[in-house]
Design a protein around this ligand. Sequence first.
Ligand SMILES: [Zn+2]
Length: 59
Amino acid sequence: MQYNPTTIMCPFCGSDTLVILDGEEGEVEMVSDCENCCRPISVSAKVDGGQVEFIEISA
Ligand SMILES: [Zn+2]
């Protein structure tokens, strides 16, 4: 099992929060709740061989 923890900046409160692309591979669309303000952040990512190649967030 591969874990890909990636830090992003929350678009709501501006604090760093962790996105865990847990064993994901290829194109990933998910919603991750901010650790600080608990609001849902839409995350688009591309994972290749366990490495996060691309990550984009939107509110
Ligand atoms: Zn937040």
